[in-house]
Design a protein around this ligand. Structure first.
Ligand code: AHR
Length: 500
């Protein structure tokens, strides 16, 4: 059997996990809102029209923060359309996705939904077709206590208390030619700086996120980050990253190596942030918000056939298979390994649209990618140990020689737990792995969760929702202070150690 080592030291720390890295995203797109989180006449709806079956799965995931309302959608969004009496809200042509937006569900409904789901809101403002003035008004509506035009309007709409939203995205993917109101880096950097400044005059407790590149292959990548930050470094708190991966070539080994691309992307953006910091002689550190990440490609062809100007179509409804879950697991490990700089991340998206949760008229179910996301969110709190991995490698087309094993250890000193997340990408062989745990005296294996499947293309469907589901392994044991385990071929693993 092939062999690997995981090396940790309790004094060698990467950083504390900010739980916001287990965030997600709801855009007014496809059936994310309508039929996803909200469906007035569904048998699953509560009195506000929120789908209880979706809510229960969102709570199971313990999603800490949800980005809203877009995405590309936000770049044409008039937030005023989405508040006040529902029967007076205008329906609009929604240009980002070529559909009709009724505005039946809006900002206040989302605030109510978030409260029920137990998550914080990460709100985006429109810097495509609008600008600082509208962003400031929206903030006044959401966060001002009262006694002003927009805060009193909120009260008149039935919301006496401010929503108190702390994290604000300054637009979305403004480097993308597909974006409404797309801008050059210099144009965007200026407007981001001014918008953030005005918003912080209104509420100095907020944190703002400037748009980085829409993905690593954008021709403007690098230059974009540097120019944008040169303009707005002092005004903003985070820079965003977005990245989706596909497997169009049906090359599983290459596909699974994409976590290396994500790792390079994060390291590159950290370097650019720090270059601007050095040039400015600044003491401030810009952290990263990886606020869109996932696998996305299964639905591309069917989406080309979609009829335009209808409401809530089946759009971006990727049905995820088992290998997608492995890559999602590796991407979560990558985010954790960068816990020192990645402070927010959003799995895009949450329901129906490239999502871990799907709904239909018969209920809601978990896609394959639900499970690594669940495990990371529920067991990934604490301090990331600077985890070294010695494992066999393999050659792949895009990234050359890569490790078969992705792994990270998270130590929760308070709860006295140590969690090892690992993906064995070897398609043919199990990996006998060991880890010296002598510094973690008294820790015992509580469980070893595994997600694996003989069929890399296996999916969960409405008819067969538990086709891909986690099981337990008894391959983990501690002997003379050393953990001995086996990571089965092509598997996601969570080894939970608890001090007895
Ligand atoms: O998440 C789907 C879309 O992907 C978002 O609207 C956009 O920001 C990105 O290109």
């Amino acid at each position: 059997m092939k062999k690997a080592d995981i090396i940790i030291d309790k004094y060698f720390l990467t950083g504390d996990v900010n739980r916001r890295i287990f965030g997600s995203f709801i855009e007014h797109l496809g059936r994310a809102v309508y039929e996803g989180i909200y469906q007035k006449n569904s048998p699953f709806a509560d009195e506000q029209g929120f789908r209880k079956d979706t809510l229960s799965l969102v709570k199971e995931l313990q999603v800490p923060i949800v980005r809203y309302p877009g995405g590309n959608f936000v770049s044409g969004f008039h937030w005023e359309d989405s508040v006040g009496p529902t029967d007076q809200r205008p329906a609009r042509p929604e240009l980002a996705w070529g559909v009709i937006e009724t505005n039946e569900f809006g900002l206040n409904e989302f605030a109510d939904w978030s409260r029920q789901a137990g998550n914080e809101i990460m709100m985006a403002v429109n810097l495509g077709t609008r600008g600082p003035e509208d962003a400031k008004n929206l903030l006044e509506y959401c966060n001002f206590k009262g006694g002003t035009y927009y805060s009193d309007l909120r009260k008149a709409h039935g919301y006496k208390d401010p929503h108190n939203i702390k994290v604000w995205c300054l637009g979305n993917e403004m480097d993308g030619p597909w974006q409404m109101g797309h801008k050059t880096a210099a144009e965007y950097g200026r407007i981001a700086a001014e918008t953030s400044r005005l918003m912080k005059f209104m509420d100095p407790t907020i944190e703002t996120v400037a748009c980085g590149s829409s993905n690593l292959t954008m021709p403007t990548f690098g230059e974009w980050e540097y120019t944008v930050l040169s303009e707005c470094y002092d005004e903003v708190d985070y820079l965003s990253l977005h990245q989706y991966y596909g497997n169009q070539a049906d090359d599983t080994r290459d596909f699974l190596a994409n976590s290396n691309g994500m790792d390079d992307f994060i390291s590159g953006v950290v370097s650019i942030c720090d270059a601007v910091k050095a040039k400015k002689h600044s003491k401030k550190q810009i952290n990263l918000s990886f606020d869109e990440w996932n696998v996305w490609y299964h639905s591309n062809e069917q989406d080309k056939q979609l009829e335009k100007w209808i409401q809530a179509p089946h759009q971006l409804e990727d049905i995820y298979n088992f290998e997608d879950a492995l890559l999602v697991g590796s991407m979560l490990i990558t985010l954790l390994r960068h816990a020192d700089r990645v402070k927010i991340a959003c799995l895009a998206q949450l329901v129906n649209v490239i999502a871990p949760i799907m709904t239909s008229d018969t209920g809601a179910w978990r896609q394959t990618i639900f499970y690594p996301y669940l495990h990371a969110s529920v067991y990934g709190s604490g301090t990331v140990l600077n985890t070294q991995v010695c494992a066999p490698t393999y050659e792949c087309k895009t990234y050359g020689e890569v490790s078969t094993l992705d792994s990270v250890c998270v130590w929760n000193q308070e709860a006295e737990t140590l969690t090892i997340f690992a993906v064995n990408k070897d398609l043919d062989e199990d990996l006998e792995t060991s880890c010296d745990l002598r510094q973690f005296e008294g820790y015992q294996v509580a469980e070893h969760i595994v997600l694996t499947n003989d069929d890399m293309k296996a999916v969960n469907t409405e008819a067969n929702p538990n086709n891909v589901a986690p099981t337990h392994s008894n391959a983990s044991r501690i002997e003379n202070g050393r953990l001995h385990t086996v990571f089965g071929k092509h598997s996601w693993n969570v080894i939970r150690l608890v001090k007895s």
